[in-house]
Structures are given as C-alpha cells and as structure tokens.
Design a protein around this ligand. Structure first.
Ligand code: NI
Length: 653
C-alpha cells in the first residue's frame, strides 16, 4: 500500500515489509471490496446489470475504537469489518443500500431508499456521453452549427438538480454540455457549443429530449496551454532541489501517520476522498485527542448566469459524483516535491470490482518558514527556530476544475486546511462584440461565468475527549466611562452556542470572530478549558435567492458554521442523496430538532465559500487560488508547545 518514490534510494527507510493487520478505521482494501460484493451477490437478489456506486468502510462505533490508543502508537483492534454498499438497479429504477459484514460473511441490512438518486457513476457518465453523441437530434444540431466531425465534440454530463419537468419525475437524469476542439491539445473548454443540450435518462441510458436554443458561433481561439503551444518557454530558472538525506521525519505504518508530536490515521472514501481519523498530539508522553474525524463532506459550485440552461449549472461534486473517485494519481516532483511517500487507495468500479488509484494520497514535509524568534537586544542573543510542516494532500479533477486539498500539521499544535483551486474556468460562447454581466470576457467571444465554490468541511472534534462545547468569540469595544476613561478598552466576548438554532453562524472579520471548541470538563494547569479555535479565512455566503432551488438544495452554504450533536448517520450537509434532490435535506432537516450541543459529542460543519469572478489571467488555465482555515490550540497547552524544537543544525544562531 505504501509506494516508495523518493529522489534517492529509500530502500532502507524501514517502511517496507509486512504491513500491520487491519485497523478498525483502515479503508477497505481490494480484497475486502471484492468480498463484500461477493457476499452481497450471494445473499441478495443483486441484478447482474446493477451499477455499484460505492463500496466503503462502514466505520465502527466510536466506543469500539481506542482513541487515544491504549498501548503504544499502533493499536490493532480485533473488530468486525463491515462495508457500506450503494448501488443502483436501472431496471427497478431503485437505489439500494446494504451493510455487509466481512467478518461474519453476511448481509446485515439491505433496503431500497425511496426516491433517492445515488451519485452518478463514472460508467453512467461515460455511457451518457456515448448515447448523446449517437443521437440524431444532437448530430443534426451540430450540423446546423457547421460541425461536421462529431469526433471533435466533448460531452460533459452534469447533474440536473431539481430542474427537470414533471413528465420526467422519478427518472434518473443528467443533462449535457458540449464543447468542440480542432485538435487534441487545444483547450477542451475554449469552444463551448452554445444552446444544444441533451437530457438523458441514465437508467434507460437513452436521450429523452434535445433542446436547441439557437446558434452562437464558436469562439475563434484554441486556448492551448500545453508547453509546446505557448511560445518560447522561460529558461532562466536554476535547479531547486529538496534533499532529505536521512529520509523524511514522519513514519507511515499502514494507515497510521506519526510525525513530530502528531499521531493520526488516514482513511479514504469514494465520496469524500481523504479522511483524517483520530488526530491527536503527544503532550508529555500522553496522546491528547484533538479531532475524531475530518473530511470535506460537500463541494458545491453554483453559477451566476440566469439564462436558460446556464442557470442549471450547479454542481455538487461530492453528492452528485464523489471526490474520492475523481482523485488523481500523483507524480513525483510535479504535484508534490521532495522526499515523498504515497498511499494507494482501492475503490469499487461500477460492476463492484476493485480498482486501484496508485499514489492517491501524498505525504511530505515542507519547510514552513519561521516558527518563532526573538532577538534579545540587551544580551545581543538571538533564538530562532525554523518551522516544518507535515503535508497530507490529494488532488481531484472535476471536469474543468482541479481541487488540491491539503491538511497541514505544524509543530506548535496548529492544523491548517487549504484548498488550491486550479484548472479551467467554465465558459460560454459570446456573439462577436458582446459582453455579459454574469461573466468575464477572457478571450475573444469567450465568457468565463461568475460562480462560487463552497466546501463543507465536517470536523468531528474531540478536544481532550468527546465532550466539547463551542463558543463564539468576538472582540468588542468596552463602553467609554469610569471603567474605560480613555476609551481604549476592548475584550473578547465569549458566548456558548447551546443549541443547534444558536449555532448557525457567519464569519465576521471586523470583530475578529472565531469559534472555540473547548472541553468544559477539564482544566489545564493554568485553569483554562483545553480548547482549539477555528480561525476562518476569507469566506462568502451563497448569493442565490433564499427561496431558489439551489439554495434549498445547498442550505449549508447560507452559513459558515453549523454545529450539531454527533450522530453517526449525519455525514453529508446536503443529505445522503443530493443528486436531483428538491432540497431541505441534511443540516436544515436535522437542526429543526434544535438539539442541545453543549458539553456533548459535537460536529462542526464549516462552510468555506469562495467567490470566483474570473479574471482574464485565469485563462486559458487558472493559476492556483488558495482558500482555507486554521485550527489553533487556544488554551490546549500551558505554553508554546514548540519550545523544544531544536535550532537548525547548520545555522549560526
Ligand atoms: Ni472558480
């Protein structure tokens, strides 16, 4: 499972050889996926042409997982291994969920989910493209546009949301965008074909209807960005090499990662991609829990253009497809630099057969600049420490866009989450000389549509234990008066979020707002409730109208923070099946109960909203845009936990 790819021979780094036995939280391996599907086929009437959507670890209850580990740092529990299986039967037009016990070789549950549209499978997406291009109405529409060679047309199936007509109710649908290119290394999005769309029934795998809204000429330019198409390349960069002659400072044992004081486990699912489990920090020999589980649980991209069909462009990349299955195989020196270790992941294809994404997760260390410093002017001495961070990342391609997800772990107890957005902006063709309020002209006759990206990051916190309370903290000025005669006073005002209705919050940078996740049942030596604070970065909310279909389906994007009590079944903020869902599922439904969230096992749902008004500089391929947030210890330690970081050995200081 651990691939060795290093700039130098890494055969003696001690990580090769026998892997530990399965840990309760290890993702399913290929053998387990195959066995789960086999057990299900043997014991239930699974149709031969059923499409397997996902076969994923059914995570054990929290009380069956030792966290922190009771002995040492490599706990291997003898636990029952179970698989969650989601499949679509196109003949019955039904979505099924099963839980399969691999340990007991039995199906624990098997049920249809009425009305549910599971995420689209890669097989369906591929077949949808094929039937679209085989449709005479599409070919006639292309001919009307002067496109004679359908081989140069790219079909992109999209989730249809709740926009299908009543005559299509109950059908499993996708709709298509079309793009043209003259040659294979042209930009795939440079020549959008305006106004020609197929609506496809994915169960029947047949085109239901074709809509032709009229012709707009193809933009003239190819938008190429490959190196041999962009003219002379710069030749003035000298080599920069990252050398770690003794190997990296982290240790990979199966899916367990140890680096500096950090101890955590990794997981991976078809829907969420990388998952962090049991994140803890070793403090004076004791591993103190920080987070039980963290993942990106939804990724929602609404577009601004109100015109017919353009208004349908709203992507739920997790609920409609899954970012695990969209994950890239990474390449050394390109995606990650230096002394890198990779983890491969196993997923199920549409037939339920396992397949591997090699090098799906990247682990490496980076110099992170300054950790801390002081020059003592009296003594003339300087103490300075370099910061090192552990980087755990994966990258997905969702049609036109790339999302690179990074979890950074720092020596001072900080965790940072960052997404780098790149790839190609979604385009439409403009008539010559025209512009639009809803996009930026990025090339002649080419409009890059305004849009937003919302990441719902599910943080199942466990700060020094499972019972936590969330406080909202705002800095506030103190009223001028006898206690504040000069008017300079300000203070942080801490307000507990006691119930779900109080815990639907938005960022407020003008008050320095942050959210403190504290353990009210414990005290540090200084008397603080041990806590981590969620420090938001720049973030926006959804601009879609509150009553619109997109807002109803993505209500989570109307707030930056939601807090719910932990419930194992509550994993996705727009519900389990956002594909074609009319809305209201997930966070808005659960939080109607207005459950108490104080001093209990809680989950934070942080919505990170990015506004993308495209720039001409985003074309033909977009330089990385960074968004993120931080989790910082705030009273978790009694002092700077990175005092013991040694000075750099080669330094003069
Ligand atoms: Ni964007």
């Amino acid at each position: 499972m651990v691939s060795h790819h290093a700039t130098k021979d890494s055969g003696s780094d001690g990580m090769a050889g026998k892997l530990p036995a399965r840990h309760a939280l290890d993702p399913l391996d290929a053998g387990e996926i195959a066995r789960a599907v086999q057990i299900l086929r043997q014991q239930r009437p699974v149709p031969t042409d059923a499409r397997f959507v996902s076969v994923t670890l059914h995570e054990p209850p929290k009380d069956q997982v030792a966290f922190p580990a009771s002995e040492g740092r490599d706990p291997i529990a003898e636990v029952s291994r179970e698989a969650d299986v989601v499949l679509r039967d196109p003949r019955q037009r039904a979505t099924f969920e099963a839980v399969v016990s691999l340990t007991a070789c039995s199906v624990l549950s098997w049920r249809t989910i009425p009305g549910a549209q599971a995420p689209l499978t890669p097989g369906e997406i591929g077949d949808c493209a094929v039937v679209t291009m085989a449709d005479a109405r599409i070919l006639a529409g292309l001919e009307r546009r002067g496109i004679a060679d359908p081989g140069r047309v790219r079909v992109e199936p999209w989730g249809i949301g709740a926009f299908s007509g009543p005559e299509e109710a109950g059908r499993r649908l996708a709709w298509t965008l079309l793009f043209y290119r003259d040659q294979a290394d042209d930009n795939p999005y440079a020549k959008p074909i305006h106004g020609l769309h197929a609506i496809v029934d994915l169960d029947d795998m047949a085109v239901l209807r074709v809509e032709d809204l009229g012709t707009v000429p193809l933009p003239p330019e190819a938008g190429a960005y490959v190196s041999d198409r962009v003219g002379p390349l710069r030749d003035d960069l000298r080599p920069l090499e990252i050398i770690q002659p003794e190997g990296p400072s982290f240790d990979v044992r199966g899916w367990e990662i140890c680096w500096q004081r950090w101890r955590l486990r990794l997981g991976f699912t078809a829907r969420e991609g990388l998952v962090l489990h049991t994140v803890g920090y070793e403090d004076h020999g004791e591993v103190r829990p920080v987070m039980w589980r963290a993942s990106v649980a939804e990724l929602f991209i609404p577009y601004a253009d109100p015109r017919p069909f353009y208004a349908w462009r709203n992507a739920f990349d997790i609920g409609e497809v899954g970012i695990g299955i969209l994950t890239n195989s990474l390449e050394l020196g390109c995606d990650c630099l230096g002394e890198v270790r990779y983890l491969d992941v196993d997923l199920a294809d549409g037939s339920g057969a396992p397949y591997k994404i090699p090098q799906a997760i990247c682990l490496h260390e980076e110099d992170a600049g300054l950790l801390w410093k002081h020059f003592d002017a009296t003594s003339g001495s300087t103490e300075v420490r370099r910061s090192r961070r552990l980087v755990i990342s994966f990258i997905i391609t969702a049609d036109n866009y790339e999302y690179a997800f990074y979890w950074y772990f720092y020596q001072d107890g900080m965790i940072e989450f960052e997404v780098k957005l790149t790839g190609i902006v979604m385009t439409c063709a403009l008539p010559p000389g025209e512009a639009s309020d809803f996009g930026t002209v990025v090339a002649p006759q080419t409009l890059a549509s305004h849009h937003q990206h919302f990441f719902s990051v599910r943080l199942d916190m466990a700060v020094d234990g499972l019972r936590n309370t969330v406080y909202e903290v705002d800095a506030e000025a103190v009223a001028m008066g006898p206690g504040n005669p000069l008017g300079n006073a300000f203070q942080p005002v801490r307000r507990p979020l006691r119930r779900e209705s109080e815990a639907q919050r938005v960022v407020d940078p003008s008050r320095g707002r942050y959210w403190l996740v504290a353990n009210p049942g414990k005290r540090t030596q200084l008397g603080h409730e041990p806590a981590y604070k969620l420090v938001p970065g720049p973030s926006v909310l959804a601009f879609s109208h509150p009553t619109s279909s997109v807002t109803r389906r993505a209500t989570f994007a109307t707030k930056n923070l939601w807090v719910t009590p932990f419930h194992a079944a509550e994993r996705f903020p727009a519900g389990d099946y956002p594909n074609q869902h009319p809305g209201g599922a997930g966070l808005p439904a659960w939080t109607k109960a207005d459950r108490p969230i104080e001093d209990t096992d809680i989950v934070l749902w942080y919505t990170l909203g990015n506004l993308h008004i495209a720039r001409p500089e985003d074309w033909p391929v977009m330089p990385v845009e960074r968004v993120g947030f931080m989790l910082k210890p705030a009273g978790f330690f009694d002092q700077n936990p990175a005092l013991d970081v040694a000075p750099a050995s080669s330094s003069h200081c």
